[in-house]
Design a protein around this ligand. Structure first.
Ligand code: CMC
Length: 430
């Protein structure tokens, strides 16, 4: 049986292009030979209709509000599993057995320390540096410290680099936080689970005993699960593109962190909280809704809308529940920001503009309130996102490197600049 094709007409010519189907979701038209056969490129800035790769890791149905990691619904993973189980699943494709999980936890835990000279690397930063700036540099710098895991052609080195990053990014994130507040770095404590260890590295001080709050640790672990992967978003595509040239994995993840920093992507949780603070009171919400709807005003409701979800972001629902759990645990009865968030969401969900454009709260809408209540400053929010997303980036990077058809990513362009013209000596220019 011949493969399905679709015919595309160009003036008087028509071309038969192969159609490929996935396991679920839309099929794709394979345009790999289009230029050779028609002399034309396709044009899709922002990749709104372009599948850049084949992947088996994460599936999103934006219309239905469905998110699956390796086929498993995000709700089930967040409810029943822990973050390292999700890491294993994303990396290896299957849920671990008890023995596999214990071995994986052990391996990650044994990589949590960073080279002690990294401390001196940190000293080079100003104390008021944004921790995302520090993270871009520190994760990139890992390639200068761990030469024995930068050969991407060696499967063992690829896995060692992967484990190192899953284990060390929390340590670096906590160091970036500690440095910004002038407190001493706290070494990892490997008797703790992944997320409890991270909380301790952030909030313990040498002068006092630190007790992990299990409710907060579980909540943060769940937040990490929600952020672990999200198929071919901007930062993941950045990691894949950087990796396609053969760059080492630490450099690729640093590139992903840089991309994540932007307010349209991972920086939205920081921006959403700042927006709630700026709104200040529920009375002011209508003014901000009007600003968001005004075409001449660049203001957008941060934490609202998504390129793929045209329905409620499934992560936002879990996030909202987690927010309530955390605030209850911390005894926060009346959080004015939460009141504003709930009312803003209620009004927006009933407003014609947001309904028509299918703008729903996304994962970042509630995460800022939760992280703030836990004691993280706004500048750390995107760092926590990067920590969780590291495993997704790594899984996607590995999938790409291990794909035999992989080649360097090299988009083309629609050139609208000057046609050829001759150089004129400076004295003759007007
Ligand atoms: N507030 C008000 N209007 C909006 C918003 C918003 N948050 N988002 C989109 N719109 C409008 C936009 O003005 C446009 O209107 P029109 O068709 O009249 O020009 C329409 O909706 C479509 O917007 P778009 O910018 O073409 O959509 P996009 O798919 O390119 O953008 C987005 C997606 C997430 C960048 C955007 O919704 C946005 O800027 N949201 C706020 C930032 C945010 O919360 N980002 C976090 C995303 S989730 C976490 C992550 O994955 O990183």
């Amino acid at each position: 049986m011949s493969a399905p094709v679709t015919s595309v007409k160009f003036g008087d010519n028509s071309l038969d292009l192969p159609v490929k189907s996935g396991s679920v979701g839309p099929s794709v038209i394979d345009i790999g030979k289009l230029y050779a056969q028609s002399g034309m490129f396709t044009y899709d800035p922002g990749f709104t209709s372009t599948a850049a790769c084949e992947s088996k890791i994460t599936y999103i149905d934006g219309d239905e509000g469905i998110l699956l990691y390796r086929g498993f619904p995000i709700e089930q993973l967040a409810e029943h599993g822990d973050f390292l189980e999700t890491c294993y699943l994303l990396l290896y494709g299957e849920l671990p057995t008890a023995a596999q999980k214990a071995d994986f936890d052990y391996r990650v835990t044994r990589h949590t320390m960073v080279h002690d000279q990294m401390q001196r690397f940190f000293q080079g930063f100003r104390r008021d540096a944004h921790p995302m700036a520090v993270m871009v540099a520190a994760v990139g710098a890992l390639s200068a410290f761990y030469h024995d895991s930068t050969d991407i052609t060696d499967e063992t080195q690829r896995m060692v680099a992967s484990m190192r990053m899953i284990a060390k990014v929390p340590t670096l994130a906590a160091m970036a936080f500690k440095y910004s507040i002038g407190q001493p770095f706290v070494y990892p404590l490997n008797s703790l689970d992944y997320t409890s260890n991270f909380l301790r590295m952030c909030f313990a001080v040498p002068a006092e005993e630190y007790q992990v709050n299990k409710v907060l640790s579980r909540a943060l672990d769940r937040i990490f699960i929600l952020h672990a992967d999200h198929e071919q978003n901007a930062s993941t595509s950045t990691v894949r593109l950087a990796g396609s040239s053969g760059a080492n994995p630490f450099a690729c993840i640093a590139a992903g962190i840089a991309c994540l920093w932007g307010p349209a992507h991972g920086g939205a949780n920081e921006a959403a909280l700042k927006m709630l603070e700026e709104i200040g009171h529920v009375e002011n919400i209508p003014k901000y809704i009007a600003k968001a709807k005004d075409k001449n005003d660049p203001f957008r409701l941060m934490g609202f809308g998504h390129r793929v979800y045209k329905n409620y972001d499934p992560r936002a629902k879990i996030m909202q529940k987690t927010t309530h759990e955390v605030l209850a645990e911390l005894g926060v009865k009346d959080d004015p920001l939460l009141d504003i968030a709930i009312e803003l969401e209620r009004i927006a969900l009933h407003d014609e503009y947001f309904i028509e454009k299918k703008l729903y709260p996304n994962v970042d809408f509630y995460s800022g309130i939760t992280l703030k209540a836990m004691g993280f400053p706004t500048t750390m929010f995107t760092v926590l996102f990067a920590l969780a997303r590291t495993v997704g980036w790594i899984a996607q990077w590995k999938e790409m490197i291990e794909d035999p058809s992989q080649k360097i990513g090299r988009p083309r362009q629609l050139y609208t600049g000057s046609a050829r013209r001759e150089y004129s000596p400076m004295a003759q220019r007007r």
